[in-house]
Write a protein that binds this ligand. Structure first.
Ligand SMILES: *Cc1c(COP(=O)(O)O)cnc(C)c1O
Length: 386
């Protein structure tokens, strides 16, 4: 990702900034596109992972749809060229204003997360004399075996409708003439690398699909959500997620009927490896027990380590080639919070004020979670040529 020319170019840029390797992004999108097209699967990009305009434009150019979780994302998807026939809208708390925005835009589908929401969408659609396409987001009670902060498919999570409420769903659908039932939707969590988890999901989806058909509802769309993980430990040697294995699990275990469409909503796996957060060392504090590298980037630029105890590789780009004397540092940001630490006890070559530091695999849930806390300037984005 960083050849000497790139690092040279960084010397004249103010830090911190996000660096996008557009070549990595393109290769990742190609790999996903080829692996999914083989089976005729449809991929919707989960916009919340990264809504940088250049990133969106490249993703859209591959013909992917957009998975949105707010009215703002629905608007941005359409503005950046995603076809409205490929926009889906999920979220436990869609406001009336956001639902109306989706109805006005004639999006493909609302992924509905409660029985009450079905009635609200029906009422709002009726007022506009429209029919809303809907899928039922179901909580399959499949454990994603990932960090509990990013698990979403268990009965105890706030997302989706639990299976014991499905009779109420069928009843509501019968009484809502302005809804068109399209299918069933699932999303069980994020950063999932164990393919067995997806196999379990397929088995649940098959059972639930049968239940709907037994109750007289034809399921046109099976949407199994996203969650495919990336390798945060080896961004250079394992850059692209194993899309082949991922889609093959669904090909092998999902019971797809003739004419049915299978939809996916990938976020992280498409964008995570394409960006790094680049910052400079402001101060080196050598303590009795610990050494600190104080960077000019912190939780206001990249919050994942502080929010989910997430791991990111950290590199000193200024000392890469030297025969280094390894030192251990707690790599911290400048924000007035003790939690503002990228990682403790990081082994790095001895580092000095002004060194360029890269925090890797920052393309997903990075820039989008930036905040203005401490009244900091927003970090800009820098792009590779490709
Ligand atoms: C966040 C989200 C996704 C994408 O998750 P990733 O782990 O980034 O692939 C997909 N679907 C829904 C409904 C989401 O909320």
């Amino acid at each position: 990702m960083f050849n000497p020319d790139t690092i040279n170019r960084f010397q004249s840029v103010d830090t911190p900034f996000y660096y996008y390797d557009m070549g990595v992004l393109r290769q990742t999108l190609e790999a996903c596109h080829n692996a999914s097209a083989k089976y005729g699967f449809h991929v919707h990009y989960a916009m919340k992972a990264n809504f940088n305009p250049k990133v969106l434009e490249m993703i859209q150019s591959f013909g992917f749809g957009a998975d949105c979780v707010s009215g703002g994302e629905v608007k941005a998807a359409i503005e950046h060229g995603f076809s409205k026939t490929k926009v889906v809208f999920a979220g436990v708390g869609k406001s009336d204003r956001e639902i109306n925005l989706g109805l006005d835009a004639d999006i493909f589908c609302f992924n509905v997360e409660s029985v009450q929401e079905l009635h609200i969408i029906n009422d709002l659609a009726k007022a506009k004399n429209k029919t809303a396409g809907i899928a039922i987001r179901i909580n399959p009670n499949v454990d994603a075996h990932t960090h509990h902060f990013i698990t979403t498919g268990l009965d105890e999570n706030k997302f989706g409708i639990n299976t014991w409420q499905l009779n109420d769903v069928v009843e509501a659908l019968r009484s809502c003439p302005n809804l068109q039932f399209l299918g069933i939707h699932f999303h069980i969590g994020s950063q999932i690398t164990d393919m067995e988890v997806y196999k379990s999901l397929c088995i649940r989806v098959n059972e639930i699909q049968t239940w709907f058909e037994d109750h007289g509802l034809q399921v046109k769309v099976l949407n199994t959500g996203g969650g495919l993980g990336v390798d945060y430990y080896n961004p250079d040697t394992n850059t692209i997620s194993d899309f082949e294995s991922y889609f093959k699990v669904f090909k092998d275990f999902l019971n797809v009927k003739p004419g049915q469409e299978v939809h996916f909503e990938l976020g992280r796996a498409l964008v995570a490896q394409s960006a790094s957060l680049i910052s400079r060392v402001l101060y080196v504090k050598n303590g009795q027990k610990k050494n600190f590298l104080v960077l000019d980037a912190g939780m206001t630029e990249l919050m994942r380590p502080m929010l989910y105890q997430a791991y990111h590789e950290i590199e000193n780009l200024s000392r890469k080639s030297e025969s280094e004397s390894a030192t251990h540092y707690d790599v911290v940001g400048p924000i007035c919070e003790s939690t503002d630490c990228f990682r403790k006890d990081v082994e790095l070559p001895e580092s000095f004020r002004g060194d360029l530091i890269a925090v890797r695999t920052a393309g997903a849930y990075g820039e989008v979670m930036a905040s203005g806390y401490n009244l900091r300037d927003r970090a800009p984005s820098v792009y590779s040529e490709v």
